[in-house]
Design a protein around this ligand. Structure first.
Ligand code: BG6
Length: 397
């Protein structure tokens, strides 16, 4: 419908602190602005979607009293990134990867979001939030679901989101004991980034000098379903780390024989690395014969780079998502049950942390690889965190 040449469609965009979203949504409803007989009315909601399962549920209840679920677009900007959308394309648009994408071939999966930035001018928000809520509860669980989900019957909002929720439902909420073994918290102290000294978190403007807020988190998740039983998903996110780097590294099992190595320990394993940012691309590492008289394997990489293949300019995440919301395509937005399924996993960790002895903060220097305790999280000899190098992380071997 058009009036004076103008569209009557309405898109609200709410990006506020958690406490303000409910009264704003209720106010829109009370003012009669949530319905529009002349066109569509939609609402985009920015995170945080609550601080825990109960808060998220309450917010969803309020929103659902005012807007129908199909009109609600909960933004997680990671889903708009080209490289994140490409996870589904890589897996389901090719026939060679999916047959080996399961516990029979994959040993473990690492998902990393490392930043060199500190809290910048967001201390008030961050003090209340911490790395687990800020990054894992949304962005990293989204990367995990896209990596682990079953192939959808169609590329549409219901099919895709339905399968993502299935993954989240297969992650059992952790007991306190499991939280103690499968999670590590960190907070940065003073250090150096790019050769320049930077203060510790507790010295940042607006931060409590005794703050217990975590700026780093590592978690070992397990997905209890047919495809992934027994495959650890190691997930870590942190601020003020050695390099900026977001990636998913899929580690395949070693060959059953060490034909080209001195011992089984020397056998390289294949790794598919999806570099979400920067240096966007995908690499596949494999063993190749080192030229010379001996049959000796060394690791080499096949590399796809977005810049080389498509040039430098790709749409930003927000461009993509705002356009999708205007077109009415909710595939890359988080559904109500998905948000609550995320909090069902995260809230028990927060609750256990509140009861467990507080860690000795700060426990990593700005500009480092994170707390040493993160290495202790990994219990298998053959698994280890990749190092955070400038061009993407790497096997340290
Ligand atoms: C935001 C977090 O959601 O994501 C920030 O609140 C974080 O703390 C940011 O820095 C990271 O986004 P990106 O796109 O830079 O990886």
């Amino acid at each position: 419908m058009q009036k004076n040449g103008a569209s009557q469609n309405v898109l609200f965009y709410i990006s506020t602190s958690a406490s303000l979203a409910p009264p704003i949504v209720e106010g829109l409803g009370a003012a009669g602005l949530a319905r529009n007989s002349q066109g569509w009315t939609r609402i985009i909601l920015e995170k945080p979607f609550g601080r825990d399962l109960q808060g998220a549920h309450e917010l969803n209840e309020i929103v659902s009293r005012v807007f129908d679920e199909p009109s609600v677009y909960r933004i997680d900007h990671y889903l708009g990134k080209e490289t994140v959308q490409n996870i589904m394309m890589f897996r389901f648009g090719n026939s060679m990867f999916e047959p080996v994408w399961n516990r029979n071939y994959i040993e473990y999966i690492e998902i990393t979001a490392a930043e060199t930035l500190g809290v910048e001018n967001r201390a008030a928000f961050y003090e209340e939030t911490g790395a687990l809520r800020d990054m894992v509860a949304n962005h990293l669980l989204q990367l995990l679901t896209l990596t682990a989900m079953e192939p959808p019957v169609a590329f549409d909002a219901d099919a895709v989101r339905g399968h993502k929720v299935e993954v989240l439902r297969a992650i059992p909420p952790m007991s306190k004991d499991v939280v103690a073994r499968h999670t590590v918290r960190g907070q940065y102290g003073p250090g150096q980034i790019d050769g320049k000294p930077v203060p510790g978190y507790r010295q940042e403007k607006g931060v409590d000098p005794n703050s217990r807020t975590e700026t780093y988190v590592a978690v070992e998740f397990h997905i209890d379903n047919w495809r992934w039983a027994g495959v650890p998903f190691y997930v870590r996110a942190g601020k003020r780390l050695a390099n900026q780097l977001t990636e998913i590294a899929v580690h395949f099992k070693r060959t059953p024989q060490a034909l080209f190595s001195r011992s089984p320990k020397d056998v390289h394993h294949n790794v598919i690395t999806m570099r979400i940012q920067p240096n966007e691309g995908i690499s596949v590492s494999f063993g190749a014969k080192q030229p010379g008289p001996q049959m000796r394997a060394i690791r080499v990489d096949m590399d796809f780079s977005y810049r080389d293949a498509f040039g430098g300019e790709t749409p930003t995440a927000y461009e993509t998502l705002l356009l999708d919301a205007m077109r009415g395509d909710a595939t890359l937005f988080t559904r109500r049950d998905e948000v609550e399924a995320e909090w069902r996993i995260i809230t028990p960790i927060e609750e256990a942390w509140a009861e467990l002895p507080p860690p000795q903060f700060p426990n990593y220097a700005a500009g480092s690889e994170g707390p040493e305790a993160a290495d202790g999280l990994i219990q298998y000899d053959r698994h280890r965190w990749r190092r955070l190098t400038r061009n993407g992380s790497d096997e340290d071997q």
